[in-house]
Design a protein around this ligand. Structure first.
Ligand code: NI
Length: 265
């Protein structure tokens, strides 16, 4: 089996000491590729470094970008730095721009700032023709309005990116799928009574499903409450495969293929 963890925060300080063991366990679990996701300028820089330094048996790639939580910190200098990294993306092993988006659950940055910073980074991604990793929480109306506007302006590519850790409705999922997006699924699919996730998963085409751990967060059962890591992606895979009536091998082939198409790897 060849698995691809499409969203892992391995630059998080919780992996400082045992990062090599974490990557080795991922390899032993069948994970052959990991996308190091970023949320700040500082961890974007760290992800670029880690993606080249630790690239080995497990192929490492990264994304760069600023999360809505930190939108207030995004300035012209960040934008210039981000543009520079992306224009040199092969050397930097960058395959996506993100996490970017809107989070009205925590509202850690003012909403108008979140919107402006999301639009600015998304425009950069469209210009550079690089997929985006979108984080959206309790902001679907504003998100859809922005995406519709991008569509009208002719900026959306055929496959603009992924809605990471998708937690919205099946109805919104249909709209996003029509726009060309993929949806990422994480540990919560292993939690009991996650009816919403099943409704979404059974209503979208198989070629729109990505699996991701979002580690160190969102640890799947049976390790819920502990630190998450890429090796645990197998629990997400098995659960989704089981639900959709596929074998884990087939589900692995489908989701890894989807990830490689989206990130052009
Ligand atoms: Ni994340």
């Amino acid at each position: 089996m060849e698995l691809f963890d499409t969203h892992a925060h391995l630059c998080d300080e919780r992996y400082g000491e045992d990062i090599d063991e974490v990557i080795a366990r991922a390899r032993d679990a069948g994970v052959s590729r990991i996308l190091l996701a970023s949320a700040e300028m500082s961890d974007s820089e760290a992800a670029i470094r880690m993606a080249s330094e630790k690239n080995g048996d497990v192929e490492l790639f990264c994304s760069v970008g600023v999360h809505p939580h930190s939108a207030s910190d995004y300035d012209d200098q960040s934008h210039e730095l981000l543009s520079g990294w992306i224009s040199d993306r092969e050397k930097n092993r960058i395959v996506a721009l993100g996490e970017i988006g809107l989070d009205y659950h925590y509202d850690l940055s003012p909403r108008d700032v979140q919107k402006a910073v999301f639009i600015r980074q998304f425009e950069l991604a469209c210009r550079e023709e690089i997929p985006v990793i979108i984080h959206e929480r309790e902001a679907s109306a504003d998100m859809l309005a922005i995406l519709t506007d991008f569509g009208k302006r002719g900026l959306l590519s055929e496959t603009p990116g992924v809605f990471h850790c998708y937690s919205g409705s099946a109805q919104t999922a249909q709209i996003l799928v029509r726009m060309g997006f993929l949806l990422g699924f994480d540990g919560p699919v292993t939690f009991r009574n996650n009816k919403k996730a099943w409704e979404v998963l059974s209503s979208i085409p198989l070629d729109r499903i990505l699996i991701e751990t979002d580690c160190p967060y969102l640890t799947p059962e049976p390790f819920r409450g502990k630190r998450n890591e890429p090796a645990y992606i197998t629990y997400i895979l098995v659960k989704i495969a089981d639900y959709l009536g596929k074998s884990p091998e087939e589900m692995a082939r489908i989701t890894t293929g989807n990830a490689r198409r989206l990130f052009r790897i």
